[in-house]
Design a binder for this molecule. Structure first.
Ligand SMILES: [Zn+2]
Ligand SMILES: [Zn+2]
Length: 213
């Protein structure tokens, strides 16, 4: 966040989709850093951490590894465990709903909508599920994982054809693919996407990319 010039001392909320380390491993070093960061010592605003049921236990587990006291911060930290399909407010004017996905027992996709009616769905990690496509119906931005190119070796992620199928089903204004495994490294993503002639713009996620919705 610092490298990208983001206003990290004022980060309002974190949402954790599931407990694989590539999706939650940054929590512990972030909270270890924020305890001592000069830029956060006068902060009074709470930091809210949302996640599936079990997120509190996960953070307590990180804590227990070395008695880090990650929740003793200069500012309040609130941990909110979210049940699927239970509406919650991330910030005033930013509503969210999470939906279970076929990836891990706790994994969830998220739907965000703001006061201006802008909407976003992020699949996080998921196996193929038409429900994820329905969840993203007509959103402004549909962010999907696209772990594999084709012939996926495991069920619990998507390959490109499945991601495109879900985009067609959802009819979003725009879509974005992310969570590429290394087999994508030598592959031209836009070229592979174009072969499917998707019905909307499909953006390849890259580090530091910023989009206005
Ligand atoms: Zn995962
Ligand atoms: Zn992952």
């Amino acid at each position: 966040m610092a490298q990208e010039g983001l206003d990290w001392p004022n980060l309002d909320a974190i949402w954790i989709s599931h407990f694989h380390l590539d999706h939650c491993g940054g929590l512990a070093p972030f909270l270890a850093g924020s305890k001592h960061a000069a830029a956060m010592k006068d902060r009074a605003k709470p930091l809210r951490i949302f996640g599936p049921v079990g997120i509190r236990r996960l953070i307590e587990g990180f804590d227990a590894a070395n008695n880090y006291r990650l929740l003793e911060q200069p500012f309040p930290v609130e941990i909110l465990e979210i049940e699927e399909l239970e509406k919650f407010e991330v910030l005033p004017g930013l509503e969210a709903v999470a939906m279970s996905t076929p990836h891990t027992d706790e994994s969830q996709a998220i739907h965000l909508s703001d006061a201006d009616g802008k909407t976003l769905v992020y699949s996080a990690d998921t196996g193929f599920s038409e429900a994820v496509g329905a969840f993203a119906n007509q959103v402004d931005l549909f962010i999907l994982e696209c772990t594999f190119i084709r012939d996926k070796p495991i069920e619990k992620h998507l390959e490109l054809a499945e991601a495109i199928f879900l985009i067609r089903k959802a009819h979003p204004k725009r879509a974005m693919l992310t969570h590429f495994y290394p087999e994508w490294d030598e592959v031209n993503c836009p070229e592979e996407v174009a072969k499917f002639e998707p019905m909307c713009e499909v953006i390849e996620a890259i580090d530091g990319l910023r989009l206005n919705i």
